[in-house]
Ligand binder design. Sequence first.
Ligand code: PAF
Length: 281
Amino acid sequence: MQVFPRISAFRAARKKLPADARIGLVPTMGALHRGHASLVKKSVAENDFTIVSIFVNPTQFGPNEDFEQYPRDLDKDLALLDELGVDMVFTPSTTEIYPETSHFYFEIHQLADRLCGRSRPGHMNGVVQVVSILFHLCEPTHAYFGLKDYQQCRIIEHLIRELHFPLKLVPCSIVREADGLAFSSRNVYLSAGQRRDALFLYHTLRQLKKNFAQFQTVDELQAFVQAQLPRYPLVKLDYFEVLHGKTLQPLTELHNGEHVHAFLAAFLGQTRLIDNMRLDK
Ligand code: PAF
């Protein structure tokens, strides 16, 4: 496995890969967990070469968010990636990716109006910016993204299509701990009590899915979610939304065969966690 902190050496090595090779890219911000490992394993199994990028992207963090504290453990990440059979790891510094203040800003229509796009202003712009840069530098044929960041996946699907990136998005299922909590690099921030109450996300989504036939309106779903909160005193709800799973637009009808998708974001102390689930199937 080769590790490249510099763009120039990385690009030179990337150019040496055969032109017809199938190349998987797994973009990450490090602090790798089993969710990341599942993406990497899939890429290694499906491609001739796998590139993993590790870059904590400052432009997708808001001024009061956890960019400085975001967990970083490069040696541990590299040992895991080596074990998983990764070929190249791209680990650029901030100044390598952003040598000057950016003069460009993506305006994302509709797809970023809700969910994390609304609750974290500028976040999706930063994601689209860095993912575009990574696509240009890594030139993958396939790119692997986790569906825990469902809105991110949908936006990147459009980015690839509308900017004609010659690659295919491979969305990957959410990986959960034994009790259902979705793996996240931010889970390490949780105290024991917060870790217990973090199950609010999974338990609530699972209940909504199980009882979906009984709900007739989005307001009823909202009321159900609100009614769960007293059992999880350390949870502060950021948002609960039920949207069309493809368009990410509000639904007027729950039971007309459309893809009904529920999204939750919640704070446990300073830590913000997200989760989502398809309800109708
Ligand atoms: O999902 C993430 O970890 C990040 O948003 C990504 C796609 C690596 C871009 O920084």
